[in-house]
Design a protein around this ligand. Structure first.
Ligand SMILES: N[C@@H](CCC(=O)N[C@@H](CS)C(=O)NCC(=O)O)C(=O)O
Length: 206
């Protein structure tokens, strides 16, 4: 294998942020649109913990975990990196990405609570706890107030991660985004989704 291969589908926001970064960085790649829900066995073949995304670099090297995959891609990108190289700007970017991914982790867990359990085994207080944690992250991101991006003039992986998060929630957990509550995040997401790299990897419907 000579071209790297991104494994995972664009319904996964963790996968989608990698796909968008690959396109923005002009890194040639192939895709395997794997759903680990319908094909858990393949998920375990590509990642010991059966999750997407995975990035296959060669027949004997596969990266897992979207943050670790991005670390590799940004190293490859050098000066075109979508994460600032050092200092406060880098720390801010990593923190914003972590908050957005935290929102996703909690939202995905809340979705699994409803979709993966029999109705009589859903523990509503736990689901509400997950929703309040996800909301905490959204409120923190909203407070950053993009101008026009989360890091001012510098578009970064923080914007990509926040936007794929909001787009995913709009479809999968709209109760987390009551109309008018997150105007800054809504505007940021609209601006990101208008970019060709986002349009090249549209969110899939479940
Ligand atoms: N922290 C991981 C999260 C990946 C993740 O949770 N992916 C979901 C798809 S959105 C998945 O594969 N879920 C299957 C499972 O956990 O069983 C990352 O950033 O890559």
């Amino acid at each position: 294998m000579t071209t790297m291969k991104l494994i995972g589908r664009n319904l996964s926001p963790y996968t989608r942020r990698i796909a968008i970064a690959l396109t923005l960085l002009d890194i040639p790649h192939e895709r395997e649109y794997l759903s680990v829900t319908t094909n858990p066995q393949r998920g375990l073949e590509v990642n010991p913990v059966g999750r997407v995304p995975a990035l296959q670099l060669s027949d004997n090297e596969t990266l897992v975990e979207s943050g670790a995959i991005l670390d590799y891609l940004m190293e490859l990108a050098g000066p075109k990196s979508l994460v600032p190289p050092r200092g406060k700007a880098r720390r801010d970017c990593l923190r914003l990405m972590a908050v957005a991914c935290g929102v996703l982790d909690k939202a995905v867990a809340a979705i699994y609570e409803l979709r993966r359990r029999p109705a009589e085994k859903v523990h509503e207080p736990w689901r509400q706890m997950l929703l309040s944690q996800a909301t905490g992250g959204l409120v923190a991101l909203e407070a950053v107030s993009p101008q026009p991006w989360l890091q001012g003039e510098h578009f970064s992986m923080a914007d990509i991660t926040a936007a794929v998060t909001v787009s995913f929630l709009r479809v999968m957990l709209p109760e987390l985004l009551p109309p008018g509550v997150y105007p800054n995040l809504e505007a940021l997401t609209t601006a990101c989704e208008a970019l060709p790299a986002f349009k090249a990897h549209p969110l899939e419907t479940p």
